[in-house]
Design a protein around this ligand. Structure first.
Ligand SMILES: [Zn+2]
Length: 286
């Protein structure tokens, strides 16, 4: 009795194993693919599937100092790329919060501008007078200060992004660490893209500033341009800010997202670099 029960269990287990093996080889219902069921769960209104839509990357600059609009940005219903200034009171907190939300994190590295108040730069800034070694130390310290960073973009920096010597040092550190540089395009004569290309790094740059005029309605208008540009070039990178007008910017992005969400997919900068630019990081081990 005991033995025959044991045999039955053995037989049933064996049948179960064979059934699993057969189901792995022959899909029971091939029409219901993983992609279809995923789309059904995440976004029923997109018949074509998420991969067909143009891509939009929203970078939000100037996190790290408990700036206005921080909570509003973190409650937006899309993936963001959160650029955090180093060595400030909420640098680590904001980067951690972004990471936990599933956002990408960049170090928002302060760099000397051609004009503008040097006080706006904040701590750890890269200045044109610095030696290569000083620049390297500053970049490494900033990267060590902001957790989860997958790259760097520039805060101000119209002077530095035009400086081949300094950009080569910054991009070398990126390459060594398997990171990349996103040019905020505060200088139309920036050499960042040229040097990135030379070093085998992706050329990533901002296409549109969202909040150069500080009203929610202007931001909504800019989001319309983002949509058009994404149609023309398959993807669009855009930048907004937390700060004095951070709440207005967040409100504008929220409305803009609602208006264009059926024609674009909001992705992080790492998704853009990996999937659209086919670049993968290969850090040099020390
Ligand atoms: Zn900035």
């Amino acid at each position: 009795m005991k033995d025959s029960g044991k045999f039955k269990r053995y037989l049933l287990n064996w049948i179960a194993v064979v059934a699993v093996m057969i189901s792995a080889i022959v899909p029971a219902t091939p029409a219901v693919s993983a992609a279809t069921s995923k789309d059904n769960v995440t976004n029923t209104q997109h018949k074509e599937g998420t991969s067909e839509r143009n891509k939009v990357v929203i970078i939000i600059d100037d996190f790290g100092n408990g700036m206005k609009g921080t909570d509003e940005m973190f409650s937006l219903p899309v993936k963001l790329t959160v650029a955090v200034m180093p060595f400030l009171p909420t640098s680590v907190k904001d980067a951690t919060r972004a990471h936990e939300r599933g956002d990408d994190v960049l170090v928002h590295l302060p760099m000397e501008p051609r004009q503008g108040n040097p006080k706006w730069l904040g701590p750890g800034a890269i200045l044109a007078k610095m030696s290569d070694e000083e620049v390297r130390q500053k970049v490494e310290a900033a990267l060590d200060n902001v957790p989860y960073a997958i790259g760097i973009n520039n805060h101000m920096g119209s002077k530095i992004t035009g400086d081949e010597r300094i950009m080569a040092v910054i991009l070398s550190v990126c390459k060594e660490r398997g990171l990349f540089f996103v040019d905020s395009k505060t200088n139309y004569h920036s050499v960042a893209g040229k040097i990135a290309y030379r070093m085998g790094l992706p050329r990533v740059e901002n296409h549109i500033f969202l909040d150069d005029t500080h009203t929610a309605s202007h931001v909504v208008k800019q989001m319309g341009l983002v949509n058009n540009l994404a149609k023309d070039q398959r993807f669009c990178v855009t930048i907004g800010h937390v700060g004095v007008f951070g709440k207005e910017t967040a409100a504008g992005i929220r409305s803009g997202v609602e208006q264009i969400k059926d024609s674009v997919e909001f992705i992080g900068i790492s998704d853009l670099v990996k999937n659209e630019m086919k670049w993968s990081s290969q850090p040099k081990l020390p």
